[in-house]
Design a protein. Sequence first.
Length: 425
Amino acid sequence: MTTADDGAADPPDAAPDRYAAVVDDDWERQVVWWDRTFVAIVLLTAVALPSAGQRGPQLWVAYGAMAAILLAYALWGARAARTRDQRTATAYVVVLIAGTAVTVAQNGIATLLLFGAFTQLWMLLDPPRRAVVASVVLAAASTVGISFQGGFDVPTLLQAAPQMAIALAFAVMLGLWVATTMRLSEERARLLGELRDAQAELAESHHAAGVTAERERLAREIHDTLAQGFTSVVTQAQAATAALDRGEQGRARERLVLVEQTARDNLAEARALVAAFAPVPLQGSTLAEALRRLAERFTVETGARVLLDVAGTTAPGGATGHAAADVVLLRAAQEALANVRRHAGAHAVTIRLTHEAPADPAGPAPGVRLEVIDDGRGLSTGHTDGLGLAGMRERVSAVGGTLDVGPGEQGGTRVEVRVPAGDAA
């Protein structure tokens, strides 16, 4: 890279060094959030134990085990996350697995710790095979802990094993995907950096912008697809566990079937994302069909009634006649429904897809409008765009469309997306 004063170029390895600094800074910011999330999980578990009826010595044993986990994290885990030192990481992981197993042995609700524990194994251990081994050990130890509550006999152990096997399978699947995706992403960015290092100052600045844009794109894709899918998996798995506890085998089986289908869809999404293909729901189907499947799944998962109106939107090639715009509309519907699930508490949702043909041929180009309207609690005062809405706004803007989020006419929230149709998209 040159300066206005001397025009001297950096040495050949300067670009990799600069990129490494960017990666380290970004990782440091992510670790800060991991710190907060893990501490929050432990504290929530500590609060949940008395609420679940845990009393006496067992409660204090659980508290002692969780205190040991937090202390080990402060001494070794947090440092290992930032330095990637495997010796320190291994010391912490041993305490994490033992502490989690002891806590789970006191009360089944302590399995909440597994959400943080499985994640940390993949965050701290390298190469991935070490994380796989540690995940298996954690699952086995937790299974023993769960069976310990029922007297540590074979029937109890066999009952706990399938549930933990499901959790282990999803943890390993997600961990391997994240490890592979991040490795490919970083390798690709490093190659781009090496190619652009031989160029002038403008090319170098484009490199920095490309790295940032790539990370933002991956963040949006993960948020819009995999994060929402795995949230659904966790919710349905919890519902299946609750049904099993109540002896409702049929309902549990229904939930597990939905868990399997969602996981398969997520795996397909992951493969499509890595291969840079079109979103899976639009492969071999129209936008209207993809929205119909999305609405049906939302109803099954939440119980909320979804009214889908896609009349007159079966144009050849999709609703807009432009693949990129159809993808934007589908992602917008997914994000809007995810927000309804998380924040609205709605009983009914309307999804409306409408072609807008201009009355005046000389007027604006024809377009397609997507509306998602719920009857929930509505927007909070002074609300701002989160990651989901910000990503949606960028997607819509990229195809020349507009996004409007506001209150519905009869309460709740209304999300409206307008994109050009046909050649205008």
